[in-house]
Design a protein around this ligand. Structure first.
Ligand code: BGC
Length: 760
């Protein structure tokens, strides 16, 4: 379809919309003036519910039209073999054609979770706002911020002509070396599910579709196209699947993207248990399942297992399975017409339910967004980045940086010009271009991009009368000399992580550990700022005064970091993942699949830790992490009191007071953990609730939380539901998973719960 036709379609939709208004209010009709208006298609009547609209549209479709909406094209050229679909947006993730005859628009798909991405490194096209990484947003423990960030990137997606955003990464961090941890929500089902749900809700508030991905157990990038994540039903449902279940219930994402890997031997995108049993039957999911790019391996098998839409079929899959092969399957009876109709109905329903049909995106989309919009969006990403910064260590209150400092050494990680971002399909190209040119890898999974938001300049602006001097940190001795001659040293250290590759170990690359060590040896007042995709080890930890983890902080990251370092805002982030002391403490000290020949199938045994992911593993094995899940210091102090917990049936309500007992305003994240006295869970305790509270000095707030009953239960395979054991449970309140300050008990009666609130 040409762009002109799409303009025509928009006009037709507008005429259709006004026609339905006319039907509803005949007194206002001015039929004489609209003799040419075609009768509206009944499914374009926004007053009908999405199910009814999908049914009506489906009935009007020819079989070819049905196959149109379940087949996706790649939105970028893949030289030499593939040229993008002419109606896709240049350098985008994908496109699914519409049915103009019926007023069904196309689906323009864009990555991803931190903003509107651009595929391919051949050009710096489509400069947009990037949020901090998903893990940084999870570190805010602030669902309201996650919603605002989602709403903002969803608006940029819409303003860029996209109506499907491939966001919502919620894979639990089972493997700290996973190159994509930065795209996800951490290691705990409740935290990750809640935070990612908030972002999805924000995105979908723009009348567009968001995915949730990568379903499921896509725990590492090494061998991602061949690995089988093997895990028992109960362990999966209490860990990775629970994160998806929480997020889906809270946000109703209109699409689920199935993953590259296999699960218990079957590809995730043709896995009957994952798609049909768990997602659609047990959870009652009404949206559609789209495959990841290259994750579909069959036609009838995948369709019958629950895959509804093939993505980028011609460019990535072995065959365009949901094209001619699936048509042949239908003709031969290998897939039923009823199943094809279900696939189409699900896609159509999502298009109606999201509002993208009633609120068509404008195409062709502008390449540049208005400066005022970008300025407003910069504030949103900055707020997110600020609250995501985690103050890990602060000896002698080295931070906030002393206002009296006359000389400050700023060292390393290109902090003179910008901040690093994560690589792969989620890469957003920044307004203002790349801060550092000529980095490798320049092509997939690169380019490596530093956003032009300079921490050095942001610090210099706050110290107009001091000497704030930069050294690139490449020569540890030279950096140490500068530090020795300065009142304070701030060392930036970073680690690029990316889709498609895991990191080999948890040490900082490029000899940065040596630079930090040398600087800290020269000046005790050394602050380390980490800009990383996930956890790193810190061999120099005892020597430095303070450490902050700023993750990949997004396009306003430099400003956000400076505001935290100088104390303009409190340090309010908390770790959404544990930082281990060493890879030797992980369930798998050696990453599975390393050294395998390309394409060789292999397994990862997730039954090793089962549902004891992250802090649960360290608790179970009594291993002390470097920094525990939930940890993060503040510039003020908080005290907890008055903890009470009551149980009514399976509903546990927890209340407590949080008081700011320090001298300045700040934000805290009190956390509630639950533990059965008799044991019997995957690990001693689980996070059951949290609340970010903002308090003036001296102020107190009473917080009340209710615990999701599944966090008090175990999965009972025989009963196909959740089961709460009778007995006493500890309800503990603390500032991290390893800093619990008070505990009370509740007694629960034995209880069975259905698999999901829908009771299926
Ligand atoms: C990634 C997905 C992404 C898709 C489209 C794949 O490589 O795994 O997360 O949405 O590409 O760009």
């Amino acid at each position: 379809m040409t762009r002109t036709t799409w303009r025509g379609l928009r006009l037709a939709l507008l005429i259709g919309a006004s026609a339905s208004v006319l039907t509803a209010a005949p007194a206002l009709a001015d039929t004489a003036k609209k003799p040419a208006a075609a009768p509206a298609h009944p499914w374009l009547n926004a007053k009908l519910n999405p199910d009814a609209r999908a049914d009506l549209a489906l009935k009007a479709m020819t079989n070819d039209e049905k196959f149109t909406v379940i087949f996706g094209y790649f939105g970028s050229d893949k030289k030499p073999k593939y040229t993008r679909h002419k109606d896709s947006h240049d350098a985008s993730a994908g496109y699914v054609a519409g049915v103009p005859r019926l007023g069904i628009p196309g689906q323009w798909q864009t990555d991803a979770g931190v903003g509107v991405a651009t595929q391919g490194s051949h050009q710096d096209l489509r400069a947009r706002t990037a949020l901090p990484s998903g893990l940084a947003t999870a570190a805010t423990w602030n669902p309201e911020l996650a919603f605002k960030g989602g709403a903002m990137i969803g608006k940029e997606a819409r303003d860029s002509g996209f109506n499907v955003q491939l966001a919502g990464g919620v894979n639990l961090m089972r493997e700290p070396r996973n190159g994509r941890n930065f795209e996800y929500g951490g290691e705990d089902p409740w935290l990750a599910g809640t935070m990612v749900a908030a972002q999805i809700k924000g995105i979908q508030s723009n009348h567009i579709i968001s995915t949730i991905k990568h379903y499921a157990l896509n725990g590492q990038e090494t061998g991602r196209f061949v690995v089988s994540s093997n895990i028992d039903d109960a362990a999966a449902r209490t860990s990775d699947l629970l994160a998806f279940q929480f997020a889906i219930e809270q946000s109703d994402p209109h699409s689920v993207m199935c993953a590259y890997n296999r699960v218990n031997g079957d590809w995730a995108c043709e896995n009957d248990w994952l798609l049909n049993t768990v997602l659609k039957k047990d959870w009652g999911y009404k949206g559609y399942v789209m495959s990841d790019w290259g994750a579909d391996h069959s036609s009838a098998k995948a369709a019958n297992a629950g895959l509804d839409q093939e993505s980028a079929g011609e460019a990535f899959d072995k065959e365009p399975f949901f094209g001619a092969p699936l048509k042949a399957d239908l003709a031969a009876g290998r897939v039923s017409q009823a199943r094809i109709d279900d696939m189409v109905r699900r896609v159509l329903r999502a298009m109606f339910a999201s509002g993208l049909v009633d609120h068509p995106v404008v195409n062709p989309a502008p390449v540049d967004l208005p400066a005022a919009t970008l300025a407003a969006h910069a504030k949103i990403t900055q707020a997110d980045a600020e609250e995501g910064v985690v103050l890990l260590k602060n000896d002698g209150d080295l931070l906030p940086l002393a206002k009296t400092a006359k000389t400050i050494a700023v060292i390393g990680a290109h902090s003179d010009v910008g901040v690093l971002s994560g690589g792969g399909s989620s890469q957003v190209y920044p307004v203002g271009g790349r801060a550092v040119k000529g980095l490798e890898p320049a092509t997939w999974p690169g380019p490596v991009i530093y956003y032009p938001s300079s921490p050095l300049k942001a610090l210099q602006a706050r110290y107009p009368n001091a000497k704030v001097v930069y050294d690139d940190g490449a020569d540890p001795a030279r950096a140490a000399k500068l530090a020795a001659d300065s009142d304070l040293a701030v060392v930036f250290a970073d680690q690029w992580t990316t889709e498609s590759v895991d990191v080999v170990d948890l040490n900082l690359p490029r000899n940065q550990d040596a630079t930090i060590d040398a600087v800290a040896s020269a000046n005790k007042k050394t602050v380390v700022v980490l800009i990383t995709g996930g956890p790193v080890v810190m061999p120099w930890l005892d020597k430095v005064g303070a450490v902050v983890e700023a993750w990949f902080p997004g396009t306003a990251g430099g400003e956000a970091i400076a505001r935290v370092l100088t104390g303009e805002v409190d340090a309010t982030g908390r770790l959404p993942v544990s930082f281990p002391k060493s890879v030797a403490d992980l369930p798998r000290p050696k990453l599975d699949g390393v050294g395998k020949a390309e394409g060789e199938l292999f397994d990862v045994d997730y039954n090793l830790e089962g549902a004891a992911v992250g802090y649960k593993w360290y608790d179970l094995k009594k291993i002390e992490p470097l920094f525990p899940f939930g940890h993060g210091l503040s510039y003020t102090k908080f005290a907890y009191s008055g903890l009470t917990a009551t149980a009514t049936g399976d509903k546990v309500t927890v209340s407590f007071d949080v008081k700011n007992v320090g001298a300045r305003a700040g934000k805290d994240v009190p956390q509630v953990y639950v533990a059965p006295k008799a044991g019997g869970w995957e690990a001693p305790k689980r996070l059951a609730g949290f609340k970010k509270v903002s308090l003036a000095p001296g102020a107190t707030r009473r917080v009340t939380l209710t615990v999701d009953p599944r966090l008090l239960a175990v999965w009972d395979g025989k009963a196909h539901g959740w089961s709460i054991a009778a007995g006493q449970y500890d309800i503990a309140l603390g500032s991290s998973s390893r800093a619990l300050s008070s505990t009370v008990q509740v007694t629960l009666a034995a209880r069975s719960l259905p698999v999901s609130p829908a009771g299926k």
